[in-house]
Design a protein around this ligand. Structure first.
Ligand code: AHR
Length: 325
């Protein structure tokens, strides 16, 4: 029921924000009104987390329809589509451009175009590997810390000893690069008796997470004591694969992932996952607050960090009703 409500809100907000469905954004100009005109180039819809982030941005803009005009582009997981969307926002003369970069590199030219046009860029949830001068701020999480916390949780579950596999996010994404670094570095530095058998991308999707876990299980079978996934959606896919292989996820194979979506709380409450390290997608209010400030010519912090927790199986059933995404 709640899912249905969320999708209705999403659709209404999409209509109100003139969602384009792909790289081509609306050609409406900011004109002579006093509204804050914002272009947002979203990655796509690879996970429940991403849908929650999109809903947060569109819902906020939808509620402030008298003062905010949102031009929203869904890039369908392609950097070229995000670049096209940014170029069209520049042509429209929007006040601010928001971007969740699908990968870290390859942004210099288009960010330079935006800078030359006097349009500030706000990075939302993922970082871009560019000179600091090319963007105004990054709103989002410390992905290295998330990876490190996941490693500590996994080590505790395994009593400091065992063999694990790793499901990585999209190749080249800051969320994947940094979650891997934070986890692998902590394991290497503090837990010499835990071996990472193999690490492969599951592209942040449930379907790919399942597929890669199936192949890990074929290769290593019951040698696998734990699985670390860079997001909950891949873990939900991995859980299906573990069950189909006749093993018990959360028991035979400890499960630690990142995000904090409702689905993983349900899995934890059912004893099939162990820990999720939270990553907050509800960035709409902070994003538009920053856009207003930038439009007014104010300076903002270079990194606006999200406040996040760690959630474990023992409190999952009581935490579940409080989760917002
Ligand atoms: O950039 C954040 C990551 O992207 C989330 O962890 C993942 O679920 C999403 O798709």
């Amino acid at each position: 029921m709640k899912k249905k409500l969320l999708s209705i809100v999403l659709c209404v907000a999409m209509v109100m924000s003139m969602a384009t469905g792909c790289s081509k954004a609306s050609t409406q100009t900011s004109g002579d009104n006093d509204k804050l005109v914002v272009g947002f180039a979203q990655i796509g819809q690879e996970s429940g987390w991403r849908d929650a982030e999109t809903a947060s941005i569109q819902f906020y803009a939808g509620q402030k329809i008298d003062s905010i005009e949102l031009k929203f582009a869904d890039a369908q997981q392609k950097q070229e589509n995000q670049i096209k969307a940014i170029k069209s926002f520049i042509e429209m003369g929007v006040d601010v451009i928001g971007l969740a970069p699908v990968v870290e590199t390859g942004w210099d030219a288009v960010f330079t175009e935006a800078k030359e046009a006097g349009i500030p860029i706000v990075l939302v949830d993922r970082m871009a590997d560019v000179d600091e001068k090319l963007y105004s701020t990054f709103i989002g999480s410390d992905f290295i810390l998330e990876g490190k916390n996941a490693a500590i949780e996994m080590a505790t579950l395994l009593g400091g000893k065992g063999k694990i596999v790793e499901l990585e996010g999209t190749v080249g994404a800051s969320a994947a690069n940094d979650r891997k670094k934070g986890f692998d570095d902590e394991m290497a530095a503090s837990y010499p008796d835990i071996q990472i058998l193999e690490s492969q991308t599951g592209d942040f999707t449930r379907a790919k997470g399942k597929e890669v876990m199936e192949s890990f299980l074929k290769t290593y079978g019951d040698q696998i004591n734990g699985v670390y996934a860079h997001n909950d959606d891949m873990m939900l896919g991995a859980i299906e694969a573990i069950k189909e292989a006749g093993l018990k996820p959360g028991v035979d194979v400890k499960a630690v992932s990142i995000d904090g979506v409702k689905g993983i709380f349900e899995a934890m409450a059912a004893g099939e996952a162990n820990v999720t390290v939270e990553c907050n997608p509800l960035l709409g209010p902070q994003f538009f607050e920053v856009c207003e400030k930038l439009k007014a010519g104010e300076t903002v912090d270079k990194w606006i960090k999200s406040d996040e927790g760690i959630y474990r199986q023992d409190t999952a059933a009581t935490d579940l009703p409080t989760r917002k995404y």
